[in-house]
Write a protein that binds this ligand. Structure first.
Ligand SMILES: [Zn+2]
Length: 308
């Protein structure tokens, strides 16, 4: 029965399972011997294939990924220019992660990088930090996404490509991981990103830190749902997530108590994206993908809960 269910799931969603990077031999026009291309950065997939969507890594071991989104919209830039907001870069978070030598992965918008080049340099210089892509200006990639203005479908590929180009010069641990604003995506959005050869990262632990008034609910939300392989969604946007730095020490202590260790996202996903994962893992990932979207739908009226 279980086997049947697994087979049915795989049959139903074969197109959504990650495709291993396959090296095609070159045709004979080149005089040089065929070279094996180097493996791409973490999250790289074969350009032209529909990006895999991951919510978490294997549920074995003790590693979890702390991910921090760095949103930046034109409205936020306006708030900074006019003094309505002081900062969307929470240095206390970075200080703590550095001091405690905690690995983390930062999903950066292009406009945040342009506004905070020094902070971006600091992130890139830390060998424990990975850099990932969170669109150029934090616009929505679906019609109905928490009221965010929408990127026209024809501009989606260029928006995400431009963001990779904005982050790349900073070096450090570059990846091909990408997170949609609000985690909102559909088939058209995934198809638009296929040429870029990336992996879409949602997450299975929604901390709810944006616009939180107290740190305790953030800590509770994380520690009540975190498991081995989890991807925890947090924000480094200070003014829009003012309690995250207060929550973080408690989250770190709680993870330690549970025997869980923060690791770079690529380590957490390592067994999951190399194409050598088991059928059971692929089926589980797909099933949980649905769970994740359902969770977001339930919280649609509490918009910040699901925002990436
Ligand atoms: Zn975001």
């Amino acid at each position: 029965m279980i086997m049947l269910a697994v087979v049915a799931l795989l049959a139903a969603c074969g197109a959504q399972t990650p495709t291993p990077v396959v090296t095609k031999p070159r045709t004979v026009t080149s005089p040089k011997p065929t070279k094996r291309p180097k493996a791409g950065p973490p999250g790289a997939t074969r350009a032209g294939t529909r990006p895999p969507v991951v919510d978490h890594g294997p549920r074995t071991g003790h590693r979890v990924a702390l991910t921090f989104d760095a949103d930046m919209t034109d409205g936020m830039l306006y708030n900074l220019r006019t003094g309505r907001a002081k900062s969307y870069a929470n240095l206390r978070i970075i200080d703590l992660l550095e001091k405690e030598r905690i690995p983390a992965t930062f999903f950066l918008t292009g406009k945040w990088v342009e506004r905070y080049p020094e902070v971006t340099r600091r992130l890139a210089a830390n060998p424990r930090f990975e850099l990932a892509n969170h669109t150029y200006g934090h616009q929505a990639f679906t019609a109905d996404c928490y009221g965010l203005p929408r990127v026209p479908t024809k501009d989606m590929t260029a928006d995400v490509a431009k963001t990779f180009d904005t982050i790349a010069p900073y070096g450090g641990r570059q990846t091909r991981y990408f997170r949609f604003p609000g985690l909102c995506h559909d088939g058209a959005a995934l198809a638009a990103l296929a040429p870029l050869g990336l992996t879409v990262v949602d997450g299975d632990v929604v901390s709810g830190d944006p616009f939180a008034k107290r740190y305790q609910p953030i800590v509770r939300a994380v520690l009540s749902t975190v498991r081995p392989g989890s991807i925890v969604i947090l924000h480094v946007t200070e003014e829009n997530a003012a309690m995250t730095d207060e929550a973080l020490p408690h989250i770190l202590a709680g993870l330690r108590e549970r025997g869980l260790t923060p690791a770079p996202l690529s380590d957490v996903l390592a067994n999951d994206t190399k194409g050598d994962d088991t059928k059971r893992q692929r089926a589980s990932r797909h099933r949980d993908g649905h769970v994740n979207r359902d969770l977001c739908a339930q919280h649609a009226d509490r918009t910040h809960r699901c925002r990436g």
